[in-house]
Design a protein around this ligand. Structure first.
Ligand SMILES: [Zn+2]
Length: 190
C-alpha cells in the first residue's frame, strides 16, 4: 500500500501534481491522502483547503495527518497531543470529511494519542515497523527504502510513503510513479 503526506495542500503546484498522481493510480495503487488540516494560526485558507480535501476524499482513501506545532513543525512542543488529534478529526467530520487513516506528524505518537486514534476508529499508520494488525497499518518504506527494496525479494508487507512536496523536485517527481509502477507489478494490494 501507498500513502502520501499532504503537507502543502494550499500550494497550487504541489496540490495539482498530487491530484494528477492520485488520478493516474501508478501501479494500480489508490494512494491514501494523509492530509494536514489548515492551520488558522498560520493564516491558512480554510475554504480552499476544504474544497481540495473534499476532492481528494472523493477520489480515494483519506486520512488525517496531524501537525502539532505548525505547518512546518510536525511534532508537539507542548499542550495535549491526544486532544489535538481528537480536535482535528472532529473538525474534519463536522465538515463532512470522513478520515479513515491517521499518521502522526514527524511520526510522533504516545499512549494517549494511540488510544484516541483507536477510539476515533482511525487506522494508525504511524508505526515505522511491523506488519498489519487490527487498526494498524505501519508505514514501512520511504521512497529511498522502496527503491532499495525493489532490487531484492520484497518483504511480505510494504507500505511506502512520500510527501506531496517530493513531487516538486524534478528527480523525485519521476521516481515516485516509476517506483510505484514497479511495486504494483510485483505486489498483491491489500
Ligand atoms: Zn507532516
Amino acid at each position: 500500500m501507498v500513502s502520501c503526506h499532504v503537507e502543502r495542500p494550499l500550494d497550487d503546484d504541489a496540490w495539482s501534481r498530487f491530484e494528477r498522481l492520485q488520478q493516474r493510480r501508478p501501479g494500480g495503487f489508490a494512494v491514501i491522502a494523509l492530509v494536514r488540516p489548515p492551520d488558522e494560526a498560520h493564516g491558512e485558507d480554510e475554504a480552499r483547503w476544504l474544497e481540495r480535501a473534499r476532492a481528494a476524499a472523493a477520489r480515494g482513501p483519506f486520512g488525517l495527518h496531524t501537525h502539532w506545532t505548525s505547518p512546518t513543525h510536525a511534532r508537539p512542543t507542548g499542550g495535549d497531543p491526544a486532544a489535538r488529534v481528537r480536535r482535528d478529526a472532529e473538525w474534519m467530520r463536522e465538515r463532512g470529511l470522513d478520515p479513515r487513516y491517521f499518521c502522526g506528524g514527524g511520526w510522533y505518537t504516545d499512549e494517549a494519542v494511540r488510544a484516541v486514534v483507536a477510539e476515533l476508529d482511525l487506522v494508525d499508520c504511524t508505526p515505522r515497523v511491523g506488519e498489519p494488525s487490527p487498526g494498524m497499518l505501519p508505514t514501512t518504506h520511504s521512497l529511498g527504502a522502496l527503491a532499495r527494496a525493489l532490487a531484492r525479494p520484497l518483504p511480505r508487507y510494504v507500505h511506502a510513503y512520500f510527501h506531496d512536496y517530493d513531487l516538486l523536485d524534478v528527480r523525485r517527481r519521476y521516481a515516485v510513479p516509476v517506483a510505484l509502477a514497479v511495486l504494483g507489478r510485483r505486489a498483491v494490494k491489500i
